[in-house]
Design a protein around this ligand. Structure first.
Ligand code: 26W
Length: 824
């Protein structure tokens, strides 16, 4: 608040005024929620000026190219604290509120987490928006304003119970409804072409359709200290009321009600599946809904600013498709260009294929979107026609290049086996295909997408993911942030490569001590949270060993908890053995219908209950399952972690981004050579990480040729056998022998889908246990550990999303920076 605009006294007045006008109350009478609202409106008022100035600057600079980041998910997390950080007004506002007897932290806690995303992919989108604004790049995020975001997780008797996330209940202060930009989106019906009597052209007519009105809500995305405010535009659905009256008059009451329902249902809820395609029609409706609305708005804006020559579109606009979920943008853009703008197929294709780019975030087969053709063509008849034509032309090309090779079509065609394969469409139609970490991109090129890579190698490129240090250090770990700034200045906030200046300090004993003292304070903060939320006492002197991420078999939370069970057996058997106290911390949501994942949560909680209540082990092990893991508590968890568990089956985790957040906060990785872990080790050195287990080539070899039998390991390792048997003997189930039957079978039963131990848990168990031993050894050596921890922070410069965004800009988007100046 070195600016007049954030003068403390003015700010205090604004808060008081807001409480008065919004609630007719004095500050002393207002509830915490009301104060949150009042403070947020005061902050938003400051943002609005920059927002206007930014949009004006983009408009003036007509050559400014704009990226549209299309995503079904934006996992934003709370806005108030982050906005204050990026406005460089956090400290001043905190002081101002202090002087009013108000506590900014408590006020921040009043904000619901906007959780319009599942996990990695949605949070990445949020980090990208932060970096784009901070780096002065013109950008829009486009998504859906779900009425209910990611479900709230409650734990009852150790089981996950889902509760609705009504994040809009109290009204969300950081959004702005923009009804003047509403668009109509049509579903179903049939298509016909007729000669336009005036122009003589073939005119496209859609009949008997249902439609909804898409109404945008804009959220400000504040850049760090640069007056840039970009926009996240999320679409709400409303019934088209005039049509309703109209059809009511015509006696078409039924249709009116249907449209009302369509509107209500479409944006009702975020699908809570991560990495699992379910093929639900409503999901396809969601996808088409927000894409059609976004593209209509995009074209309208383009024509307003640049006129009607749409051949210039690729110079002014680039559309980045966040996984396959928004790839319906390809045929929708073709449809708008051909049917509404009367371009030829060839011209429309030239524009579309130069404008669209695709990011792949997963190679898990069950995540691939493949829509049944009958469902698809009924819901989107015109879009389906266009896809047929894209496919027809592509198949022709493949036949010409590989005559008589039907294997190629089986792999590469869009339409195959009664399905529309969205990834194939995206790869064929866009000008860029990128993976999200080096290893992942190599696997795409050499395995999953090999045929495409051979045919069009120039499209393929890698963009290793990153995270924003503004949220995950400046906001989430203020103690460490201030300490770093005191040591090396605050340049790291917008240039994380500067954090390397901490490297020489790892040899400075005083610096190391301070670094570890901060870690300890953060552990106390988390211990307090755990006490309040779980009622469990944990010792901040114990090793905080943390695995927080979505629950999925490939991420292998099961490996982690089986190892805890193994340690517990050991301690029970050899009470005298030396053991450094550990707190195993888990946080994870399971997709509502994912049985094995839910069983794993129950297992973790049951193991926690048994171990935490066993006085005989003197608190050497504690197990904590943090309920409702989400962005806001994640920030606190990363800050407090000693060990970062990144133990996915090699080749399965495309990148991971939690791994980077731990590293930034000084927690060494205990992990496999998977995703971005590979690059983390490259930066920090093998000595400052704990790497174990099968390599990706080995996993892929087994998968391609078979040959792994977990039974051999089971019978040759009696300690492991005992642990697995404990799943069935009632040890962690109050005597129930069936509670973990599915988990047990997933490991051993060859009749189980499609192979036993698909994720190589038995095979990696011993290497994991040994790596855990190395962790303990290293931790006992305070000198060594503090060096390691600090080295992780000092070496994480590469993993800022600012670097990722600069690479997207350089290789794919070709944007230019725009300066925004505002009078203070
Ligand atoms: C259709 C159902 C569905 C839903 C979500 C399929 C796939 C997804 C996402 C692509 C899953 C996801 O979030 N992937 C994660 O993306 C992160 C950001 O790139 C990576 O860091 C993670 O490794 C990857 O699992």
């Amino acid at each position: 608040m070195n600016s007049k605009r954030f003068d403390k006294e003015t700010f205090k007045e604004a808060v008081k005024d807001n409480v008065k006008t919004l609630y007719r109350k004095k500050i002393e009478e207002a509830s915490q929620q009301q104060i949150f609202q009042a403070v947020s409106y005061a902050v938003k008022e400051q943002i609005i000026d920059d927002w206007l100035a930014t949009q004006e600057a983009y408009y003036q600079k007509k050559e400014a190219k704009m990226v549209y980041y299309m995503s079904m998910e934006f996992l934003m997390g709370r806005a108030l604290g982050n906005n204050l950080i990026n406005l460089t007004a956090y400290t001043e506002v905190k002081e101002a509120l202090d002087e009013m007897g108000l506590d900014l932290n408590a006020i921040e806690d009043q904000e619901p987490d906007p959780a319009l995303g599942n996990g990695g992919l949605g949070r990445l989108a949020a980090c990208f928006l932060d970096s784009l604004a901070t780096l002065n790049y013109p950008a829009y995020g486009c998504g859906i304003r779900y009425r209910y975001g990611m479900f709230k997780q409650r734990i009852k008797d150790g089981y996950q119970v889902e509760a609705p996330d009504n994040w809009l209940k109290e009204g969300y202060p950081f959004e702005l409804r923009r009804p003047e930009y509403a668009k109509e989106v049509r579903f179903g019906g049939s298509v016909r072409f007729e000669k336009d009597p005036e122009t003589g052209r073939d005119k496209f007519v859609q009949e008997g359709y249902e439609s909804v009105r898409a109404v945008p809500y804009d959220m400000p995305i504040v850049g760090y200290g640069n007056h840039v405010v970009n926009t996240l535009r999320i679409w709400d659905a409303e019934a088209i009321t005039d049509f309703q009256l109209d059809s009511f008059d015509r006696g078409d009451y039924h249709k009116a009600v249907e449209q009302e329902n369509l509107a209500k249902n479409i944006v009702e809820v975020l699908y809570p599946n991560d990495n699992h395609y379910a093929g639900k029609e409503l999901r396809l409706k969601q996808q088409y809904f927000f894409i059609s609305a976004s593209l209509q708005a995009l074209l309208a804006k383009f024509k307003r600013e640049h006129g009607n020559d749409l051949s210039k579109l690729p110079d002014k606009v680039v559309i980045q498709m966040n996984d396959t979920h928004p790839t319906i943008a390809v045929p929708e853009l073709m449809h708008l260009l051909i049917d509404e703008e009367y371009l030829s197929w060839e011209d429309a294709w030239e524009i579309t294929s130069k404008t669209c780019a695709y990011t792949n975030h997963t190679i898990m087969a069950e995540a691939l979107e493949k829509w049944p053709i009958d469902l698809f063509s009924k819901l989107l008849p015109r879009i389906y026609q266009i896809i047929q034509e894209i496919d027809r032309r592509f198949v022709e090309k493949v036949r010409a290049k590989y005559p008589g090779n039907d294997e190629k079509l089986k792999k590469m065609a869009i339409l195959w086996d009664g399905q529309v394969r969205m990834a194939n469409m995206a790869i064929i139609s866009g000008f860029s295909v990128n993976g999200v970490a080096q290893l992942h991109t190599e696997i795409l090129k050499n395995q999953e997408l090999k045929d495409f890579y051979e045919m069009m190698p120039e499209k393929f490129n890698n963009k290793t993911n990153g995270i924003t240090q503004r949220r995950f250090l400046a906001h989430g770990n203020p103690l460490l942030a201030d300490w770093i700034t005191a040591r090396i200045g605050d340049g790291w906030i917008t240039d994380l490569s500067q954090i390397a200046r901490l490297k020489p300090l790892v040899n400075d004993e005083q610096a190391r001590r301070e670094f570890m003292q901060i870690k300890h304070k953060n552990k106390i903060r988390l211990a307090k949270y755990i006490k309040e939320h779980n009622g469990i006492e944990v010792d901040p002197h114990s090793i905080f060993d943390v695995q927080v991420k979505r629950l999925h078999e490939y991420k292998r939370q099961l490996l982690n908890i089986l190892h805890v069970m193994y340690l517990y057996n050991q301690i029970k058997e050899h009470p005298e053995m030396s053991f450094y106290p550990r707190t195993f911390i888990f946080g994870a949501k399971a997709a509502a219908g994912y049985q094995r994942a839910k069983e794993t949560i129950k297992l973790i909680n049951s193991v926690a209950e048994v171990i935490n209540n066993d006085r005989s082990i003197n608190g050497k092990i504690k197990v904590v399952f943090i309920e409702d893991y989400r962005v806001s508590n994640a920030e606190m968890i990363f800050a407090a972690a000693d060990v970062s568990e990144q133990i996915s089956t090699a080749s399965k985790e495309a990148s991971g981004t939690g791994n980077m957040k731990f590293m930034l906060n000084g927690a060494p990785t205990l992990g496999t050579m998977d995703g971005a872990n590979v690059e983390i080790v490259e930066e920090v050195g093998m000595d400052n990480a704990f790497i174990f287990g099968m390599r990706s080539e080995e996993v892929i070899r087994y998968e391609n040729h078979g040959g792994y039998n977990p039974i051999d390991i089971y019978f040759s390792d009696w300690e492991l056998k005992r642990v697995i048997d404990q799943l069935m003997d009632g040890t962690y189930a109050h005597g129930d022998h069936n509670m973990y039957k599915n988990l047990y079978n997933s490991l051993l039963n060859t009749q189980c889908t499609p192979r036993a131990d698909m994720y190589f848990i038995l095979k990696d168990f011993r290497p994991y246990a040994e790596a855990q031993k190395r962790v303990e050894e290293a931790y006992r050596d305070e000198h060594r550990w503090s060096r390691m921890a600090m080295m992780n922070t000092a070496c994480c410069g590469k993993f800022t999303s600012d670097r990722t965004i600069e690479e997207y800009v350089r290789d794919i988007w070709k944007l230019h920076k725009v300066e925004v100046t505002v009078e203070e």
